[in-house]
Design a binder for this molecule. Sequence first.
Ligand SMILES: Nc1ncnc2c1ncn2[C@@H]1O[C@H](COP(=O)(O)OP(=O)(O)OP(=O)(O)O)[C@@H](O)[C@H]1O
Ligand SMILES: [Zn+2]
Length: 766
Amino acid sequence: MSLVNGKRQADWFADEAGTDADGPYAGIVFNRPIDQIFSYRVPARLEEVVRPGQRVRVPLGRGNKPAVGYCVRIDAEAPSGIDPSRVKEVLDVLDDPPLINAAMLELTRWMAGYYACSWGQALDAVVPAGVKNQAGTRVGTFLTVPDEIRKSLETLELPTKQAEALAVLCRSDEPLTIADLCRLAKCASGPITALRQRGYVNTVRRRLPKDAFNASSSAALGDDSDAKPIPALTVEQTAVMAAMTPALEGDEFATFLIHGVTGSGKTEVYLSAIERVMARGREAIVLVPEISLTPQTIRRFRRRFGKIAVLHSHLSDAERHRHWRSIAAGEVQVIVGARSAVFAPARRLGLIVIDEEHESTFKQETTPRYHARDVAVKRAQLERIPILLGSATPALETWRNAELGRYVRLPMMERVGARPMPKVELIDLSHERLPLGGLSEPLRQAMIAALKDDGQVMLLLNRRGFHTFVICPNPRCNQVLKCHACDVALTYHKGRRLLICHTCDAERPRPSACPNCQAPNLHYGGIGTERLEREVEMAFPDSVSRRMDSDTMRTPGSHEQVLAAFRSGEIKILLGTQMIAKGLDFPNVTLVGVVNADTALHMPDFRAAERTFQLVAQVAGRTGRGDRPGRVLVQTFAPDHYAIDCASRHDYEGFVACELPERQRFGMPPFGRLVRLIGRGPDEPQVRTFMNELLETLKAAALPGVTMHGPAPTPISKIRNLYRYHLRLRSESPRPLQTLLQAVAPSIAPPGEVELAIDVDPVNLL
Ligand SMILES: Nc1ncnc2c1ncn2[C@@H]1O[C@H](COP(=O)(O)OP(=O)(O)OP(=O)(O)O)[C@@H](O)[C@H]1O
Ligand SMILES: [Zn+2]
C-alpha cells in the first residue's frame, strides 16, 4: 500500500540546473503520495515519441536517480511558474503506443481527486503489473535507416558490402535485427557496424511477444461448443430491455439499476444488452465479484459470445498482459472480470455491467481505495455510455441514488417461469437446544426429507475452521487466545492441528495449557465450516458432502471440480462460507440451510444489518430455481431482527423502510459521506499522538458541515504488530470532505514508522 509518509516533497523533487534550450514540456506524475504534476523538457530526439498516457523514465531528486513516471500532458511552452533553465529532461519512453488513453487519463484524474490519492497512484492502479513489466515479451534490437539517408541512398559512396546491406535494409518492410540483415545481405556484422558508426543506420530497441505469447491466445480464450438456444425473453425482461434501448443504441450516459429478485433472469438481460452494443461494434465490460467468477458464469458468457477475456485474480502476469494487449487492439468485445477489470483498455466501450453491485469486494482496500462500481459509473459518464447495475439486494447507496432519480430503477419482481420464491422458515436458536455440531433438529429433518426426495442441499456457515475460539476455563483468567501480532481471536483448525489467525495467517500449535495462567483443559467453542462438515458426514454417511471455503479451495481448479460434481448430482450436500451463497444456479437444490444467520449481525459496523439481510436473501435465492419448489431454513438467535425477518419474507423494501431511518438519524451513508483516516505504526503512543495532532490540523482547517469523530483505536486495534487508530470525518456531501483533505494533505507528515491511510467511502470499518 502506498501511503502518505513523512518524506518531504522537496526531498523527492529537488531540482538541479538543466540546459536552457526551449522545447515541449511533458507533465509527469509519479506513483507516490504527492499530488503534483512535474515538468520535464522533451529532448528533440523524443519530440515525435512522447505522448500523454505513456510511462517515461526521468531523473528524480537531488541525485537524479532515474524514476518511472506517467506523462499526463504535453505543453508547447514552459508552464507558468517553471524556470526553463532548471528543468530536467525526459530520458526515455517506456511504452509505445501509450498504455493509457485520454478517457482513462481523465478517469484517473477524477479518482485522484475523489479518493484523495495522487494522480500517479491512481494511474498505477489502472495498469496491471504484467503490463508494466511487459511479462511474456522480449526485447530485441532492430536496425532502422534515417529518412535523409534513405532519400540520398543513390548518391552515397560506400564500400560494396556496406552499400548492399544498406539497400537490403531500405527495401525491407519489417524491422530487421542485425542477425536478420547479415543473413539477408549475406554479410558479416562488420559492414553493419561500419554503417552504424557512419550514422547511416540507427538501432532501436523494440519489444515483441515471445512465441508463446501469440500462440496461446486463442486456446486460452477458447469457446464453448455446447450451445444452448437463446431463450425468448420474459415479459419483465422485455420491458427492462425496452427501457434501456435508447441508451444502448444512442451514445448516452445513463445508469440503470436492474433490481430483480434472485432467479428473475438478470443475467439474461445483461447478455441481451451486451449483444445490442456488440452489434454496433462496441465493447462491453462485465464486472462480477471475484467469488462469482465461477466456471458457470464464464461458461454462460462464453457460450453466447465465443471469444471473451476473463480477468480473474489467478492470471499470470503474462496472461494478464496478453489480455490487456488484445483488449487494447480491439480483438475481444466482451471482458468479464473482477474489480480491476473496470480499467480494461477497451477502445470503443459501449456498455458496463456490474453484477451483484452491492458486493463489498468491489471496494479496493489498498491505495487508491476506489469502489469499482462508483468508478464504473464515472467511466460511463466520461465515455457517454450506459451502465447497468444488477442486484436482488441493492446497496442502500444505490437504492438512494435511484430514489433521487440519478439512477433509473428497473424492477423485476418475478422469477423466470413464474417459479415461486422459496419459503423461508426461521429456527429460533434460543428455543431450540443449541446443537453442538450446528444442525438443529428441524434442519436435520428437512435435510433428510430433501435428500430422500432426491434433492440437493446447500448449507451456509460464514466462518471457517473447526472451533472459532479457544478460551481459558479458569474463571479468574477467562482469556480468549489471541494472535501474538493481532488483536484477533485465534481459530482452531482441527485437520491441521493448528491455531490460525484469520487476519495475518499466523499459525501456532495448540497449547496444552492457558498461556496466561497455565490452567489446563482449554475450552474450545464456536462452530466453523470444518466442524459442520464433520457433523454432516456423521449425520448423513450415505450422501456425499463437500466443503467449500478458502481452506479447501486452495488449489486452482478445485472450485470448478466441486461445482461440476455438485451439478452432476454426485455431491448431495454442499456446505461452505459465502463462497456458496452467490450467483450459483443449480435447479436441483431444494433445501438451503443457514447454520448461523447472526455472524455479521453484531459487528461494530453500521452496515451490519444490511450485510446480514443481503447474505440471507442471496443464499435463500439459491433454491427453488428448477421445477421443484425450494425451502430455506435459517437458524438464528435474532428471528425478530428486521434484517432477518425481512430476508425471510424476501422483502427488500421492508428492510429499507426499517434501515433507512436509522441511517438518517445518525447521518450515515447513504445520507452522509464518510472518510476514514487510519493511522498505524509499531509504537502505540506515537500513533495516538500523531492522530491527535492530525485532529488539530483538521480542526484548524475545518469547514462548516464536516464533523469529526475520534481519534480512537479501531475495532481491531492491532494487525501484524501495528497499532491502529482511526478518525472519522462525516458530511452531507462529498465536496467539503474533498476540500478539507486537499487543504490539509500537504502538511500531513506522519513521524517515524507511522503511516496514514485515507479511506473515502469506507466499506470496511474494522
Ligand atoms: N427468458 C428466459 N427463458 C427461460 N429461461 C430463462 C430466461 N431467462 C433466464 N432463464 C433461466 O432462469 C434461470 C435464472 O436466470 P438468471 O441466472 O439470469 O437469474 P438472475 O436474476 O441473474 O439470478 P441470481 O441473481 O439469483 O443469480 C437461469 O437458469 C436462466 O438460464
Ligand atoms: Zn494475526
